[in-house]
Design a binder for this molecule. Structure first.
Ligand code: SAM
Length: 325
C-alpha cells in the first residue's frame, strides 16, 4: 500500500470526539491537544520513515498524531497512554487501521512500559550500522518529557529498553525553551546540563516550532519539536549516573569559572589537590565557564573524575549538597 496515500475510513473529527466523550483536558496531566492535521502530519514527517516501521507513540490522548502516523502505514504502532478516558477514541483508530497496521493500545505510564516486550519480534540492528526501523514519538506534557528524556538517555547509555534493538530514534515535543537548551551549542546562552547530557549520547536537531495557539487548551508557551538519534560512538563510555553527577555539579555554578563547580565534586580536605589535578588530566582550562566547555571537554572532565575516583574511592560517594545539609 502506498505509504503516504492511505485514507482512513470516515472518522469523527478529533474535536467531535472530544465533545462526544466529554474529554475535558485534565490540568493535573497537563493535557493540551493538537487539532490541526497539517501540524500533526508535519510532526510525524519529522520522525522520518514510518511506512513498514515500528512506532511507539507516547501520550496519544484523543489521537490526532496517531491518525497522522496510521496514514503512513507503520508495520506496528504501540500507543502508551496514562489516561484511560482515551481508550474509546484509540479503539476507534485501532479498528480503522485493521488490515494494514498492527496497532496495540497500552493504558499505563510510559516510564514503566517495557519496550523489550513491545518490540520483541523486531530484529536487533548492529549499533554501528543503520538505525533500526524503530521510532519513539510523542507530544507529552513538558514536565514528563524532560524526565522521560533523561530516563531514555540512561537506557541509551546501557543499550537497553528500546535501544536493545539498535539506535532507535526519537521525535519529541518540549517547551520551546527546553528544546533550545537540548540543542544549544558551546557559549550559547541556553547551554546547560541537559544540552551536554543529550549531546554526549545523541545527535540532536531542532525541527520546528509549534505555536501555543495550535493547542487546545492553549499553553502559555510555544513548543519545539526535537529529534534525537543515538550516536554510533557516544562521547563518553562511563556510567550515566557518574556523568550526570559531574555535569550537574559543574553547571551548578554556571557563571563561575568551572574550577569552582569541579572542586565541590571532592570532599573539602582533597579539593586543593584534586581540583587542579583533574584539570591537568583533562587538559581543560579551569577559568572557562561551564557553558564555554565543549562536549568533548566535558567528556575529558568526566574521564579525569573517573581516574581520580579509582585512586580515591571515597570521592565516588561524596555529595556536596548532602555534606552541606
Ligand atoms: N498526543 C496528544 C496530542 O498531541 O493532541 C495529546 C498530548 S497531551 C500534551 C499529553 C498526553 O500524554 C495526554 O494524553 C496525557 O494523558 C498523556 N500522558 C501524560 N503523562 C503520561 C505518562 N507518564 N505516560 C503516558 N502518557 C502520559
Amino acid at each position: 500500500m502506498a505509504a503516504q496515500q492511505l485514507r482512513l475510513p470516515p472518522l469523527p473529527t478529533i474535536r467531535d470526539l472530544i465533545r462526544l466523550y466529554k474529554l475535558r483536558a485534565l490540568k493535573q496531566l497537563s493535557q493540551n491537544f493538537l487539532m490541526d492535521e497539517r501540524i500533526t502530519d508535519k510532526f510525524v514527517k519529522a520522525a522520518g520513515k514510518i511506512h513498514n516501521n515500528y512506532i511507539c507513540e507516547v501520550g496519544p490522548g484523543p489521537g490526532a498524531i496517531t491518525r497522522s502516523i496510521i496514514k503512513r502505514c507503520p508495520k506496528k504502532l504501540i500507543v502508551v497512554e496514562k489516561d484511560p478516558r482515551f481508550l474509546p477514541t484509540l479503539e476507534l483508530l485501532q479498528e480503522a487501521s485493521q488490515g494494514f497496521t498492527d496497532m496495540q493500545i497500552e493504558i499505563g505510564d510510559i516510564r514503566s512500559y517495557n519496550f523489550e516486550v513491545g518490540f520483541q519480534n523486531n530484529i536487533k540492528y548492529d549499533w554501528l550500522g543503520l538505525v533500526p526501523p524503530i521510532h519513539l514519538v510523542g507530544n507529552l506534557p513538558f514536565s514528563v518529557s524532560t524526565i522521560l528524556l533523561v530516563d531514555w538517555l540512561n537506557a541509551i547509555s546501557q543499550k537497553r529498553s528500546a535501544w536493545l534493538f539498535g539506535r532507535s530514534t526519537m521525535t519529541l515535543t518540549f517547551q520551546k525553551e527546553v528544546a533550545e537548551r537540548i540543542v544549544a551549542q558551546v557559549t550559547e546562552k541556553q547551554r546547560c546540563r541537559l544540552s551536554v547530557m543529550c549531546q554526549m549520547w545523541c545527535d540532536v536537531d531542532y525541527k520546528f516550532t509549534i505555536p501555543g495557539t495550535a493547542f487546545v487548551p492553549k499553553p502559555d508557551v510555544d513548543v519545539g519539536v526535537v529529534t534525537l538519534i543515538p550516536k554510533k560512538y557516544p562521547l563518553v563510555d562511563l556510567p550515566f549516573a557518574m556523568v550526570e553527577k559531574v555535569v550537574r555539579t559543574v553547571f551548578n555554578m554556571r557563571q563561575k569559572h568551572c574550577r569552582r563547580g569541579v572542586e565541590v565534586l571532592f570532599p573539602k580536605d582533597l579539593r586543593e589537590t584534586l581540583g587542579p589535578r583533574l584539570f591537568q588530566l583533562a587538559d581543560v582550562d579551569f577559568t572557562a565557564r561551564p557553558f564555554e566547555l565543549s562536549n568533548e571537554e566535558f567528556a575529558r572532565v568526566c574521564y579525569a573524575y573517573k581516574m581520580l575516583s579509582d585512586q580515591y574511592p571515597e570521592i565516588d560517594g561524596y555529595n556536596f549538597r548532602a555534606s552541606k545539609q
